[in-house]
Design a protein around this ligand. Structure first.
Ligand SMILES: [Zn+2]
Length: 291
């Protein structure tokens, strides 16, 4: 599932393809739970508009239009926002993925999973929003209108603050891992980066949040900021369906120290990485480096 770094990489790379270009028309799939605004309304309201800027709030993208409406976009589990010129094996069906290198593939053609296809007046590259499992979302917000999903978000995880984490954890009877996944505490952290940040701070994911001392909360905030920034620098984690707007793969998956490394040796001490389910999410940690 795309987390803050993947959404931020998407934002940065889709900006040149989206901002400042007048939209001619948007093609959609039929109405479904993917659309929080009915697709016929979307098609009508977005046509002839220009995106003036693109913001990120936690794992949400907000495209601000020149009539001050905002298009809320969430990638969900398998959402892909990309240029019609992107080449990536992640855009092919399993059978077609078999042998072709990305440069040998034809351009992607919009399929039944391409819920939004944006055409521009300049006839340049189109922008596609594709989502095989449809856990992604799109919604048109009127000028000044917000959404409970946005209102609930805490401070952005790139600005994670140790003191704030310390205060937020005092009254909570949950494991620290669950606290980090709570978007009202910090917006943007998901399973991968929570595990990686906890490793860097030397804190086990199953520790009760209220039992962390002030120094550990500061170390954790530092770990969160550094792991997110490093992932953005490397283009994010290219695992499962995540594809960046230009099709280039990220490299952060090669730098993971604990996530999805169960049984492998800890890069610091050599102990076997363990996996444990906490709050229905798999958590990975080193039994020696983290306490
Ligand atoms: Zn270790």
């Amino acid at each position: 599932m795309p987390e803050l770094p993947e959404v931020e990489v998407t934002r940065r790379r889709i900006v040149p393809l989206l901002v400042g270009r007048r939209i001619e028309a948007v093609h959609t799939t039929p109405d479904s739970y993917f659309f929080l605004t009915p697709p016929d309304v979307l098609r009508d309201r977005v046509a002839d508009r220009t995106v003036t800027h693109l913001e990120r709030k936690g794992k949400y993208l907000l495209a601000v239009l020149d009539d001050d409406c905002r298009l809320l976009i969430h990638l969900g589990m398998t959402g892909q926002l990309f240029s019609s010129e992107a080449r990536s094996v992640r855009l092919l069906s399993a059978t077609a993925r078999s042998s072709l290198a990305p440069e040998e593939q034809d351009a992607f053609r919009a399929d039944e999973h391409t819920h939004l296809a944006v055409n521009f007046v300049d006839r340049g590259p189109r922008v596609y929003f594709r989502d095989v499992r449809k856990f992604g979302k799109v919604m048109l917000l009127e000028p000044g209108e917000s959404h409970p999903r946005l209102d609930r978000l805490g401070p952005d995880a790139l600005e994670a603050d140790g003191e704030l984490l310390f205060r937020a954890s005092r009254k909570r009877k949950v494991p620290v891992k669950s606290l980090l996944l709570d978007q009202a505490v910090l917006a943007g952290v998901g399973n991968i980066y929570a595990d990686e940040a906890l490793f860097r701070a030397g804190v086990r994911p199953g520790r009760g949040a209220a039992r962390l001392n002030r120094r550990e909360c500061h170390d954790l905030a530092t770990g969160i900021r550094s792991v997110l920034k490093r992932s953005i620098e490397t283009g994010g984690s290219s695992i499962s369906d995540y594809v960046s707007p230009d099709g280039r793969d990220g490299r952060f998956q090669d730098e993971r120290r604990v996530y999805a490394r169960r049984g492998e040796a800890c890069m610091v001490c050599g102990a076997a990485i363990r996996r444990r389910v906490i709050g229905q999410r798999s958590s990975h940690y080193c039994p020696v480096c983290q306490s």
